[in-house]
Write a protein that binds this ligand. Structure first.
Ligand SMILES: *[C@@H]1O[C@H](CO)[C@@H](O)[C@H](O)[C@H]1NC(C)=O
Ligand SMILES: *[C@@H]1O[C@H](CO)[C@@H](O)[C@H](O)[C@H]1NC(C)=O
Ligand SMILES: *[C@@H]1O[C@H](CO)[C@@H](O)[C@H](O)[C@H]1NC(C)=O
Ligand SMILES: *[C@@H]1O[C@H](CO)[C@@H](O)[C@H](O)[C@H]1NC(C)=O
Ligand SMILES: *[C@@H]1O[C@H](CO)[C@@H](O)[C@H](O)[C@H]1NC(C)=O
Ligand SMILES: *[C@@H]1O[C@H](CO)[C@@H](O)[C@H](O)[C@H]1NC(C)=O
Ligand SMILES: CC(=O)N[C@H]1CO[C@H](CO)[C@@H](O)[C@@H]1O
Length: 602
C-alpha cells in the first residue's frame, strides 16, 4: 500500500486543528518518555468520554491514513481499544510504572534496562551440598528423543488459489477485494500466510514417525487473522481442533503451554482487574483438552493457576512445569490498568517456586516450558528478574528451559553473575523455537537427544521442510537441517561424552565473536535459511548480547520508536516485527506516530 504524502499532511493538519484535541500534534512532537506521557494525557481525555468515542476516533484515523485495510483497522481497534481506554481511565498518565509501560508498549518510549528491586521469597536449599550433575559422565545410557514444536499458527480459512500477495498483514484467504488473483495460494503454504491445515498435518506425521518419548508444544495455535477477526467461540474452536489433531496424529504424550491465543489477542486480564473480560475460557478449554496427556492434577492446575501446571513424565523423575508467560508480556495491555505495584500477577511465580521446591525435595529434575522467552525486549523486566531469582535458587533442579514466540531457532543463556558472563558462570540455558508458520522462514521443529539420568541435552537437531523446493507443494519433505553437536561441537572441542551444557552454549557465542563465518551460518539458520536478514557489526554485537540475556534487563535491544516504518511495505511490518505481535494496537500507534511526524516535521 502506498499513500500520497500530500494527502496525509493535509489530512493530519485538518484533523489536528479541527477535530481532535491536539492528540496528533502531541503524537508528532513525542520524542522521549516525558513527551510520550503528554500523549497519554491527551489520550486519557478521549478515553474518559467512553470506549465508543475512543474506538471511533482511532478507527477513523487508521482508515483515513490507510494504516491498514478498513476491516483490519476496525477489527483490531474495536477489540483492543477498549482495554487501552480502560487503562487510561484507571491510571495516572503523568508518572509511575503503568504509564511508562503503556508508553513502551504503544510507542517504544519510557523503556528502561532496569527492574524494580524486589526479593521473591524462597526457602533455603533443603539438602546439604547437592551432588554435581554429571554432565560429562563416561557411562551413559542410550538417550531418548523429545520433539519440540512451536507457533503452528494454523489458518483454517486458508484457501488454495486465493490471493497470496494481498494488502493485509496476512493473505491466502478468499476475498472479493482481490481480483484478478496475481499470486495464487498454493496447497501447502506461502511465506505471506499462516499455515494451511495440510502443512500442520504433514509436520505432525513427521513428528509421529520419530516416535519421541514425548512432545513439548510451546504455544500459539491461531492464525494472525484473529488479531482483527477473532472472537471467543472462534478461539475455542481453534484450540479444540488442534488438540484433536495432536491426539489423532501423534502417539506420544504432549506437554503443551498456553500461547497468546485469546481474544483480543495477547490480552490476558490479571485477576486484580476485577472485570469480566478475562481469558478463563482458554484455561477451561485446555484443562479439558490436555488432561489425557498431563493428568488430572495438572489439568486442574491449568484451570486454577491461570494456565500453568506441573506434571511428571510417566516412568521418569522428570517433571514438566508449563508456565503461562503472558502476564509478563508487554503487549498484554491489561497489565497497565493499575498504579499499584504487582510483582507477581496471578501468583504464577509463587506457583512455580512452590512446585520447584517440592521437586527438589523429591529429587526430581524439571524442564520449564512456556511461550515467551524471558530475555527479550518484549518481556517485562520485573518478572524476568524475579523469575531469574527462582532459577538461581533451583538451578540444580532445573535441567532445561524451552520457549517459542520469536519464530527463530535460537537460545538464551543464564549466568550466576550477569556482569561476569563466562563459561564457568553459565548456569542454565533456554532452547527457543523454531516455528511451523512459513511467515518467518522455513517450517521447522526441534528434536532433542536427552540423557535419561541427568535430563540434559546430548544433541539438538533441527528438522525442516524447504518451501522453495518444487516438491514442497505436492508433498513437504521433512529432513535434518543441522544438528548442534556436529555443527558446533568440533569448534569448541566438545568431548564425545559431554552434554550440551550452558557452558557449551556460552563458548559457541565466543566462537561467533571470533569467527564471522560461523556467526553468519547461525544467522541464516535462525530462519532455517528461509528469510535471512543481513547481520554484521552492531547487529551481530546485539545478537550475541541477546543470546547471553536470559533476563530481559540484560538484552541489548533498544526499542527504536517507529523504526519499522522505514520498511517499504507497511503491511508487512507487523508480520516481521521482532515482538511478533501481528497487527496489533502497538503497531498501529507506532505507524500513527511515524505518519504524524511526516506531517509535523520538527
Ligand atoms: C472523536 O472525539 C471527539 C471528542 O474529543 C468527538 O467529538 C468525535 O465525535 C470523535 N470522532 C469520532 C469519529 O467518533
Ligand atoms: C540499555 O543498555 C544499553 C547498554 O548498557 C544502552 O546502550 C541502551 O541505551 C539502554 N537502553 C535503554 C532503553 O535504556
Ligand atoms: C505483490 O504486489 C505488489 C503490488 O501490488 C507488486 O509490486 C509485487 O511485485 C507483488 N509481489 C509478488 C511476489 O508478486
Ligand atoms: C466468530 O469467529 C468465527 C470464525 O472464527 C466466525 O465464523 C463467527 O461468525 C464469529 N462470530 C461472531 C459472533 O462474530
Ligand atoms: C531450499 O531449496 C532451494 C531450491 O531448491 C535451494 O536453493 C536452497 O538451498 C534450499 N535450502 C536449504 C536450507 O536446503
Ligand atoms: C571459522 O570457522 C570455519 C568453520 O569451522 C573454519 O573453516 C574457518 O577456518 C574458521 N575461521 C577462522 C578465522 O578461524
Ligand atoms: C475494558 C473493557 O474492555 N471492557 C469491556 C469488558 O467486556 C464488556 C462486555 O463484554 C464490555 O462491555 C466492556 O467494554
Amino acid at each position: 500500500m502506498r499513500l500520497s504524502t500530500v494527502r496525509v499532511v493535509t489530512f493530519i493538519a485538518s484533523f489536528a486543528l479541527v477535530r481532535t484535541d491536539d492528540i496528533l500534534t502531541a503524537i508528532s512532537k513525542m520524542h522521549d518518555c516525558s513527551s510520550c506521557r503528554d500523549v497519554l494525557v491527551q489520550l486519557k481525555s478521549l478515553a474518559v468520554k467512553g470506549n465508543e468515542v475512543f474506538v471511533k476516533n482511532f478507527t477513523g484515523l487508521c482508515e483515513t491514513l490507510k494504516l491498514a485495510d478498513p476491516d483490519v483497522c476496525v477489527g483490531a481497534i474495536i477489540r483492543s481499544g477498549p482495554i487501552i481506554a480502560h487503562d487510561l481511565r484507571q491510571i495516572n498518565p503523568t508518572s509511575g510504572k503503568a504509564s511508562a509501560g503503556l508508553c513502551d508498549a504503544l510507542f517504544g518510549f519510557c523503556s528502561t534496562n532496569t527492574s524494580t528491586p524486589f526479593q521473591i521469597p524462597l526457602p533455603p536449599p533443603h539438602h546439604g551440598p547437592i551432588l554435581e550433575k554429571n554432565s560429562k559422565s563416561q557411562t551413559r545410557k542410550q538417550p531418548f528423543q523429545v520433539v519440540h514444536i512451536s507457533d503452528v499458527h494454523i489458518d483454517r480459512g486458508y484457501t488454495i488459489g486465493s490471493e497470496a500477495n494481498c494488502t493485509k498483514p496476512l493473505c491466502c484467504r478468499a476475498s472479493s477485494d482481490d481480483s484478478p488473483i496475481s499470486d495464487p495460494a498454493q496447497p501447502n503454504g506461502n511465506m505471506r500466510c499462516d499455515s494451511p491445515i495440510s502443512l500442520a498435518d504433514s509436520m505432525l506425521e513427521a513428528v509421529n514417525a520419530i516416535n519421541p518419548k514425548f512432545v513439548i508444544f510451546t504455544g500459539d495455535v491461531v492464525d494472525g487473522h484473529f488479531n482483527w477477526l477473532g472472537n471467543q467461540s472462534g478461539v475455542e474452536d481453534e484450540l479444540k481442533s488442534f488438540n484433536s489433531e495432536l491426539l489423532a496424529k501423534v502417539r506420544s504424550p504432549v506437554f503443551p503451554a498456553i500461547g497468546l491465543d485469546t481474544t483480543p489477542v495477547n490480552s490476558f486480564a490479571r485477576s486484580s482487574s476485577m472485570t469480566a473480560n478475562n481469558s478463563h475460557f482458554v484455561f477451561d478449554i485446555q484443562s479439558a483438552g490436555w488432561r489425557q496427556w498431563i493428568g488430572n492434577d495438572a489439568s486442574n492446575q491449568v484451570k486454577h493457576e491461570s494456565g500453568s501446571y506441573s506434571s511428571l513424565v510417566p516412568g521418569t523423575p522428570l517433571r514438566i512445569m508449563s508456565v503461562n508467560t503472558q502476564y509478563w508480556y508487554k503487549q498484554n495491555f491489561w497489565l497497565y490498568d493499575s498504579d499499584e505495584f504487582q510483582p507477581d500477577p496471578n501468583g504464577i511465580l509463587a506457583f512455580l517456586a512452590q512446585q520447584l521446591d517440592a521437586a527438589e525435595q523429591a529429587d526430581e529434575k524439571v524442564w520449564v516450558i512456556g511461550h515467551i522467552p524471558l530475555g527479550k525486549e518484549d518481556l517485562v523486566e520485573d518478572q524476568s528478574n524475579y523469575y531469574d531469582q527462582i532459577l538461581q535458587r533451583y538451578k540444580n533442579t532445573i535441567a532445561g528451559h524451552f520457549f517459542g514466540h520469536s519464530h527463530k531457532d535460537e537460545f538464551q543463556i543464564a549466568y550466576s553473575d550477569y556482569n561476569d558472563q563466562t563459561a564457568d558462570n553459565a548456569v542454565n540455558f533456554a532452547s527457543i523455537g523454531p516455528a511451523l508458520t512459513p511467515t518467518s522462514g522455513n517450517p521447522a521443529f526441534k528434536v532433542y537427544d536427552v540423557d535419561s539420568d541427568t535430563f540434559g541435552l546430548m544433541n539438538v537437531k533441527v528438522i525442516f521442510a524447504n518451501t522453495s523446493e518444487p516438491s514442497f507443494q505436492s508433498h513437504p519433505t521433512w529432513r535434518e537441517l543441522y544438528n548442534a553437536r556436529d555443527l558446533y561441537g568440533p569448534l569448541v572441542k566438545l568431548s564425545p561424552s559431554s552434554e550440551l551444557t550452558p557452558a557449551f552454549w556460552h563458548k559457541i557465542t565466543q566462537i561467533f565473536q571470533t569467527n564471522d563465518t560461523v556467526f553468519q551460518l547461525f544467522n541464516a539458520l535462525l530462519s532455517r535459511e528461509g528469510a535471512v536478514t543481513p547481520c554484521d557489526g552492531d547487529c551481530k554485537a546485539t545478537r550475541i548480547c541477546d543470546l547471553r540475556a536470559f533476563r530481559s534487563e540484560n538484552n541489548c535491544d533498544t526499542p527504536t520508536p517507529g523504526v519499522a516504518i522505514r520498511r517499504r511495505d507497511i503491511a508487512k511490518m507487523a508480520a516481521e516485527s521482532e515482538a511478533c505481535e501481528g497487527f496489533g494496537l502497538g503497531s498501529f500507534f507506532r505507524m500513527l506516530r511515524a505518519k504524524s511526524m511526516k506531517a509535523h516535521p520538527s
